[in-house]
Write a protein that binds this ligand. Structure first.
Ligand code: ZN
Ligand code: ZN
Ligand code: FE
Length: 761
């Protein structure tokens, strides 16, 4: 027998609250090692004693066979003198464990729990609160640290002897599973429909029946309520859209299984992996022609998720038993831009008019949290909305410093708190123009500060003086740093990849306040030695009526057409505006001419809006970026030459002139060319001109690295096309993966701007 050795092993990463100690315990038993394992301030510490080769194999397997929800960043070991322990034990957590406690994110139902839930002989058969150390609620039920049952919303449920036995057994999958529960001792569902009440299994049965009958239900999930109905029932969907005042906005669906998803969507291996991951986001998939158009009218993509809670799984099992195997439409239970509803009074007050029934339960939601939304581009998974499953996991920063709070922007708001080199973004909060969301921001900030024990001394915020997020920042104590919107977008990429050197940031975006007081949104920014300067952008055009131009997209189109053709535009392009009432057209033309309520903009988002109008896709939008998303959905169009854009101005002020492209698109449209044809020429044209502008600026500034960010890069064709073109020219190209490229990732860039000490050159 080889000589005995003893090693101390430190494991760091996401290793607490995810079943790591039982994993270590089981491995130690497998290799017959003695010693102990415990949680402490820095992660998990182990002392293991046994024959040398066995200890080595044990160390290898710590990361190699880790639990699904764990992430191992490092495993460091050192030799100790042998101590002659008789057995391996799970020791009490070190007292310092509380100092840097980690709150795990919510985890989707695991395969083991799913099996138990669908086995009629299991004591958790169809039990909607089944969970274990590998799955279940975490962030949404945590009230305080440490992450232990008394500090969660499970505190009110006393475990029965059988659950307690599981909880205390190191070899059980439910060892220290804080939300552990069963039908005897745990939470229960209840259903309310037209004055009738059902509880437990009868409630689930009734919900399944009502859904199949075409009713809209409010379903309480992990982080809040969904509104749900059959995804194949146009009249139910119409009613839901009417109540939410969302005539076209894409809604996600929940499908019973991956096999079912394949029937209505094309799906890549990365997309399939994302759907089945512990984060279980909504994944934007390419819809098969003719399938489920109503949830996302006019778009080629459909947002799909799988049942991620045991409640969903039990509901879908019952639906299937009753003969319904289709997807359910599932959208956040809220109205327009308000926060998601989380409890009964919320639902009665706000959803009663829409939902024929509510399926709720008695496990309180402490932190409300929407579904996350992901999509694949350039072969990698990206986030359009970062919330459930991802928060409050930290993004690792290249360097640390004083604790910073970054307040984000007003649309798709998130905030970011830093602690050393960790950046904790909040879940998606939403549009801060809505006062309920400002309250949601403050409530979430208080929760984060308490859970993470962070007291920020520096407050970063958007440069826009009138943003609600800037006003919140001003109301908080600490040194304030105003950050230009697009500089923050570009730095969100640099922060993710740890890029410390010089680079070119290309931020294509809807709206951001510029240092000249204009509305920016197509910025080429040079970052050198902690400074930034603007080196290029789209030529300014008028935005008559300001923000309303994002919905009345014929307004920026009129401004661009007038700029392209001059005063005689009517003779050549009046035909484009036939659908716009003559009086409105006339008024807006006068506004542009007189410069009344017509801020100047170089927004790439508004440029795409205008082209979607010119292409004949639509006259007005009912949600932001509807036109551009429908335009992208027409790709790949027929092969056609790219539209030409002009490039003018000097080395430090390169300007992209859209006039030649506007004229060519108008001529195509008036000659009866299809929107798909115009879309193909437009995308190729913008990719081409953006690539040459970026290459020319980067070359002048001696840069070899380019970061792409901003909401317009959620356009997959644009992101993939520009990335490929720039890589072909020899540049290193980076874009957001861990945080959204839209304003949902802005707070990370703001925080990094403040931490790294950036300023305008
Ligand atoms: Zn589980
Ligand atoms: Zn129990
Ligand atoms: Fe933005």
């Amino acid at each position: 027998m080889p000589p005995l050795v003893r090693k101390q092993i430190l494991v760091q990463g996401v290793v607490q609250g995810v079943g790591f100690r039982p994993h270590v315990y089981k491995l130690a038993a497998e290799y017959s090692l003695s010693g102990w394992v415990k949680n402490d301030a820095s992660g998990v510490t182990i002392e293991a004693e046994g024959p040398g080769p066995d200890v080595e194999a044990f160390i290898r397997d710590l990361a190699g066979r880790r639990p699904a929800a764990a992430r191992v960043d490092s495993v460091v070991s050192r030799a100790l003198p042998t101590a002659g322990d008789k057995k391996f034990i799970i020791a009490k957590s070190g007292g310092k464990a509380l100092a840097v406690a980690i709150i795990p994110a919510d985890l989707a139902l695991c395969a083991d729990c799913r099996r138990e839930l669908s086995s009629p002989r299991n004591r958790r058969y169809l039990y909607p609160f089944t969970n274990c150390t590998n799955c279940g609620p975490r962030f949404t039920i945590v009230k305080s640290i440490p992450y232990d049952r008394p500090y969660t919303t499970m505190a009110g449920f006393k475990m029965c002897p059988e659950c307690l036995r599981e909880y205390g057994d190191p070899l059980d999958r439910r060892f220290h599973a804080q939300p552990n529960a069963c039908p005897v001792c745990g939470p229960a569902v209840k259903l309310e429909a037209g004055g009738k009440n059902f509880a437990g299994p009868a409630a689930l049965e009734a919900a399944a029946k009502l859904l199949i009958a075409g009713k809209i239900g409010a379903l309480r999930s992990l982080g809040g309520f969904h509104l749900a109905c059959r995804a194949d029932d146009p009249s139910a969907i119409r009613k839901l859209r009417g109540a939410k005042r969302r005539p076209h906005k894409p809604f996600a669906v929940m499908a019973p299984s991956l096999a079912a998803v394949k029937k209505y969507c094309f799906i890549s291996p990365a997309e399939a992996a994302a759907l089945g991951s512990p984060e279980a986001p909504v994944v934007m998939l390419r819809r098969r022609p003719g399938k489920f158009k109503e949830p996302a009218p006019g778009l080629s993509r459909l947002g799909v998720m799988l049942p991620y809670t045991p409640l969903h799984a039990a509901l879908f099992a019952l639906l299937e038993k009753k003969g319904f195997s289709g997807p359910l439409l599932m959208t956040s239970g809220n109205f327009r831009d308000e926060p998601i509803c989380k409890d009964g009074p919320d639902v009665r007050a706000r959803l009663a008019g829409v939902a024929a029934f509510s399926l709720s339960h008695d496990r309180p939601i402490h932190n409300r949290c929407d579904d996350s939304v992901a999509f694949e581009a350039c072969g990698e998974l990206r986030l359009a909305r970062r919330a459930r499953g991802y928060v409050p996991s930290a993004v690792k920063l290249p360097a640390g410093g004083a604790a910073v709070l970054a307040c984000g922007a007003d649309l798709k708001n998130t905030f970011c708190l830093t602690r050393g080199t960790e950046a904790f973004l909040s879940q998606h909060i939403g549009d801060l123009a809505e006062p309920l969301n400002q309250a949601f921001f403050r409530e979430t900030l208080a929760n984060y500060r308490r859970l993470l024990k962070i007291s920020p001394s520096v407050i970063a915020h958007d440069l826009h003086p009138d943003y609600a997020s800037s006003a919140i920042a001003r109301s908080l104590p600490g040194r304030k740093i105003a950050v230009q919107h697009h500089a923050a977008h570009a730095l969100s990429v640099a922060a993710e990849y740890g890029l410390a050197g010089s680079f070119l940031g290309v931020a294509f975006d809807g709206t951001g306040y510029g240092t000249d007081g204009q509305i920016w949104g197509s910025e080429f920014l040079v970052f050198e030695k902690q400074t930034w300067r603007r080196a290029g952008h789209l030529k300014y055009f008028a935005l008559p009526g300001g923000d309303i131009g994002a919905l009345e997209i014929w307004r920026p189109a009129l401004a661009l057409v007038k700029a392209a053709y001059g005063p005689e535009w009517g003779a050549q392009a009046a035909g484009l505006f036939k659908a716009v009432p003559a009086a409105a057209l006339h008024t807006v033309e006068r506004m542009i001419d007189a410069g009344v309520n017509s801020p100047r903009t170089c927004s790439m988002g508004r440029l795409f809006d205008a082209f979607s109008f010119i292409a004949g896709v639509r006259t007005e939008a009912t949600y932001e970026a509807q036109g551009p998303m429908e335009l992208e959905s027409l790709l790949p169009g027929p092969a056609a030459a790219p539209y030409a854009f002009g490039l003018c101005g000097g080395e430090d002020d390169l300007q992209i002139d859209p006039s030649p492209a506007v004229k060519a698109a108008a001529a195509d449209r008036l000659a009866g060319k299809t929107p798909a044809y115009i879309s193909a020429r437009l995308h190729a044209g913008i990719i081409g001109v953006a690539a040459s502008a970026a290459a020319s600026i980067a070359k002048d500034a001696g840069l070899d690295t380019i970061c792409l960010s901003g909401g317009v890069f959620q356009n997959r064709a644009l992101l993939e096309g520009l990335t490929a073109a720039l890589k072909e020219s020899g540049f290193k190209v980076y874009s957001n993966l861990q945080v959204p490229a839209n304003d949902g990732g802005l707070s990370l860039g703001q925080a990094w701007y403040a931490l790294a000490g950036y300023r305008q050159a």
